[in-house]
Write a protein that binds this ligand. Structure first.
Ligand SMILES: Nc1ncnc2c1ncn2[C@@H]1O[C@H](COP(=O)(O)OP(=O)(O)OP(=O)(O)O)[C@@H](O)[C@H]1O
Ligand SMILES: [Mg+2]
Length: 182
């Protein structure tokens, strides 16, 4: 067993809410402190671990269960993990929490559909509105926000750096990462 304390920082939020952006900043900060953390990003997972899965409720659930399975394997062996997938369904997130119990930290990356649509980083909202993408979360598919997440990142009122800082402070407070040495 590794001596490091494992945990799963589980991001959930709409497309364009900031999951990938914030995850990169958290990784950068932890690396600067000499701590490693693995990332399971939704887009990357869908290109390999979940290749071939679509966006029906069943396929979305399968995708998220796979993410949870890998996050559990890593975190229980002392490897901190960030998952950065939309994970729209509360029930499946709670199932993941159930497997990982005290190692599970849910971070709601909060931004309204209107704001995400305004950002439209990947041009997906425009396509969804035009009917070119079916089953698009927030437009034509459900998103169920968490009811009592450990963290809420208000991305409409914060910079990405502030959101990442909020996470780092929380992890420090929980004693899950070493405090900055300098
Ligand atoms: N406080 C904030 N935190 C994160 N991102 C922010 C914030 N404020 C503005 N943004 C902007 O919002 C966008 C978020 O895009 P990002 O790709 O990180 O979203 P995502 O949640 O990973 O989406 P997807 O589910 O499609 O992968 C970026 O352009 C980022 O600069
Ligand atoms: Mg992303």
């Amino acid at each position: 067993m590794a001596s490091e304390q494992g945990f799963t920082l589980w991001f959930t939020g709409l497309s364009g809410s900031g999951k990938t952006t914030i995850s990169k900043l958290v990784v950068k900060e932890l690396e600067a402190r000499g701590s490693a953390i693995e990332v399971l990003d939704g887009d990357v997972v869908r290109q390999n671990l979940s290749k071939g899965l679509g966006f029906s409720k069943e396929d979305r659930d399968t995708n998220i269960r796979r993410v949870a399975f890998v996050a559990d394997l890593l975190s229980r062996n002392g490897v901190p993990v960030i998952t950065a997938a939309i994970s729209p369904y509360r029930e499946i997130r709670d199932e993941a929490r159930g497997h990982m119990d005290g190692r599970f930290i849910e971070a709601y990356v909060k931004a309204s559909v209107e704001e995400c649509e305004r950002r439209d980083v990947k041009g997906l909202y425009a396509k969804a509105r035009a009917g070119e993408i079916k089953e698009f979360t927030g437009v034509s598919d459900p998103y169920e926000p968490p009811e009592s997440p450990e963290l809420v990142l208000e991305t409409e009122d914060q910079t990405p750096e502030e959101s990442a800082g909020q996470i780092i402070a929380y992890l420090e407070e929980r004693g899950l990462i070493p405090a900055r040495s300098s």
